[in-house]
Design a binder for this molecule. Sequence first.
Ligand code: TYD
Length: 205
Amino acid sequence: MNRGYFITFEGGDGSGKSTQIRILMDRLRESGYDVVLTREPGGTEISEKIREIILDPANSDMDDMTEALLYAAARAQLVSQLIKPALEEGKVVICDRFVDSSIAYQGFGRGLGDAVGVINTYAVDGCMPDLTILLKLDPARGSSRIAGREHDRIEQASDGFHRKVYEGYLELEAKYPERILGIDASGTIEEIAEEIARRVGAIMK
Ligand code: TYD
């Protein structure tokens, strides 16, 4: 199937994803891998436009299903335009968030349930990650880490919402243990980076 390697990062807001993504990307490049880094929602011109609509705090009356469909639409474009072609060329693709975010945020957080998985079957079109790194941090700690910066529409949601998102991630971790590597994100940057490197190294041999 995939000739390259597809790694996604997941976690609540403030879990330290960006730092770990940068460390892993640098390591893989130093080891000679051709790495493509992208993010969701976004990563292509069309998907970035959809991102602006989704995250704009002015769109406070957006319907939950509209939100779920927009995330899926941004994803469909990213998969077909960037992720699939890069994997076919044998590259390593690292994506900051992917379909598990939709299951956790829209399925569990917004309460849309199984509909989110169904919609995303079409968006993902068979292109699932080889490995998903889930940075687990209690949502109360995550929100205190992002307290100083301006919040987008999703970050503005209630603590109860972020608690449900977190519980959704834990369910996903239990359901797909072979794909999802859950890591305690309260450890040091170095400890977490080592654990990620170990797991990635084991699979990419
Ligand atoms: P972003 O600024 O990229 O957040 P982060 O740095 O935390 O990754 O904004 C993305 C927001 O969108 C984030 O709050 C999570 C949310 N999201 C969903 O609700 N569903 C999704 O499918 C995706 C990809 C993201």
